[in-house]
Structure formats: structure tokens, C-alpha cells
Design a protein around this ligand. Structure first.
Ligand code: ADP
Length: 212
């Protein structure tokens, strides 16, 4: 089962991806996580670092190479959960071509819907565990005191607006693109992570049953 999770920054895709992984066993391919790892290990071009910190998008080829390499790994053979890719129509077309080469196709696209007013608040108070990547919210899902916290460079208020605008301009056009293909399902992304997961679980379970 090849699944795309689509939603603006702060819609909870990362949190849901981890829950989907534990229920369905499909690995999460997050281009954002891959890029942050490359940056930590000093493998990310300085120009790309600057684009990320400013809340812009990297060139399509740069992220596509990461996805292509990762898709060929053994653990991706039974399916993947794409989080943060595709983010432009061009990336979606490249993905279709890659999947076709692998005799696969996108099975479902899940859009996580959250009103913009909530997104900004979610992102600005977001922190993660430096070691495990577990995501917390400083008010609604407080981290335990012993956890060493990390604050994403691009989660600073001044960058958040730019990322949300970039989503509206470049990524939102993917919604009609996938809808025309009959692949788009939308879920309400508000409420507790477990409630949101319940909605996603219902859709994925149906898709999985039909694809067997
Ligand atoms: P978000 O929380 O905004 O959904 P991600 O963690 O997915 O962010 O990505 C962080 C940053 O990495 C993006 O703002 C962008 O600069 C870069 N990035 C991630 N995925 C892509 C992509 N598919 N195409 C271009 N740039 C990307």
C-alpha cells in the first residue's frame, strides 16, 4: 500500500505517520526528516540549509533523489507512507513515473485538514525530543522534564507564515490533482492525535481490504 499524507505544516502528519507505521507496518518517508538528518551529519548543501531555514522549498530534483534512493530499500517493498513529498505538481508527476517503473502506484492520498488559526499555534509551541524525535506541544502535550528538547529552526514564528503560504501556493494544487484521479480522502485533523488516527485508520483499513 503506497500512501501519501498531505497537509499543511503543523497538521500533525509526522505524529500520524508514526501511528500508521505501528498499525500498518509501512515505513514513513519524510523528506523533512531526511533533510534535517543530512543537515545534522553535515551532508546538506549550505544553499539548501538556507532555503529550509527561510521556509522555502528545495529544488524538486534534490528531494526526488532522496525519495528515489529510499524507495528502493528492502523495507519499502510492501509500501510506503510519504510525508512531505510530493509537495509540488512536478514532484507528483516524478513520483508517478518512479512508481510506474517499480510496477506500483499511489493507492490513496489522505489530506489532514486543520484551520490555519490552529496551525500557527501548534507549530510555534512544538518541540521534539532530541534523541527519539517524539513530538510535544508546550501547552497541550507537555514534554516530561527529563527530556532534552529541540526547537526546529523553521518553527520560529517569522518563518511559520512563509511555510504556510508556500503550502497554499505550491502544495494545495495537489488536492484537485489527486481528487481528479479519485485518490483523495480528507480527514478532520483537529482533536486528539488518537481521534485523528481513528479517522485515518478507517480509510486505510478499507483501502487495504479492497487491495487484497
Ligand atoms: P513541514 O512541517 O513544514 O511540513 P517538513 O518537515 O516536511 O515540514 O519539511 C521541512 C522543510 O524541508 C520544508 O520547509 C522544505 O524547505 C524542505 N522540504 C521538505 N520536503 C520537501 C519537498 N518535497 N520539496 C521541497 N522541499 C522540501
Amino acid at each position: 500500500m503506497d500512501v501519501i499524507l498531505l497537509g499543511p505544516p503543523g497538521s500533525g502528519k509526522g505524529t500520524q505517520a508514526k501511528m500508521i507505521l505501528s498499525e500498518f507496518g509501512i515505513p514513513q518517508l519524510s523528506t523533512g526528516d531526511m533533510l534535517r538528518e543530512a543537515r545534522k551529519s553535515g551532508d546538506l548543501d549550505i544553499r539548501f540549509q538556507e532555503i529550509m531555514e527561510a521556509g522555502g522549498l528545495l529544488p524538486d530534483e534534490a528531494v526526488f533523489d532522496l525519495i528515489e534512493k529510499r524507495m528502493l530499500a528492502e523495507d519499502c517493498k510492501k509500501g510506503v507512507l510519504l510525508d512531505g513529498f510530493p509537495r509540488t505538481i512536478e514532484q507528483a508527476v516524478s513520483l508517478d513515473i518512479l512508481l510506474l517503473k517499480l510496477s506500483r502506484k499511489v493507492d490513496v492520498v489522505i489530506q489532514v485538514c486543520v484551520p490555519r488559526s490552529l496551525l500557527e499555534e501548534r507549530i510555534i509551541f512544538r518541540r521534539s525530543d532530541k534523541h527519539t524525535g517524539q513530538i510535544y506541544h508546550l501547552i497541550y502535550n507537555k514534554p516530561p522534564s527529563e527530556v532534552e528538547l529541540e526547537h526546529r529552526e523553521d518553527d520560529k514564528p517569522e518563518t511559520v507564515k512563509k511555510r504556510l503560504d508556500t503550502y497554499d501556493a505550491l502544495t494545495a494544487p495537489l488536492l484537485p490533482y489527486f481528487d481528479k484521479k479519485g485518490l483523495l480522502f480528507s480527514v478532520d485533523g483537529t482533536g486528539a492525535p488518537s481521534e485523528v488516527f481513528g479517522r485515518i485508520n478507517t480509510i486505510l483499513t478499507k483501502i487495504k481490504e479492497n487491495s487484497i
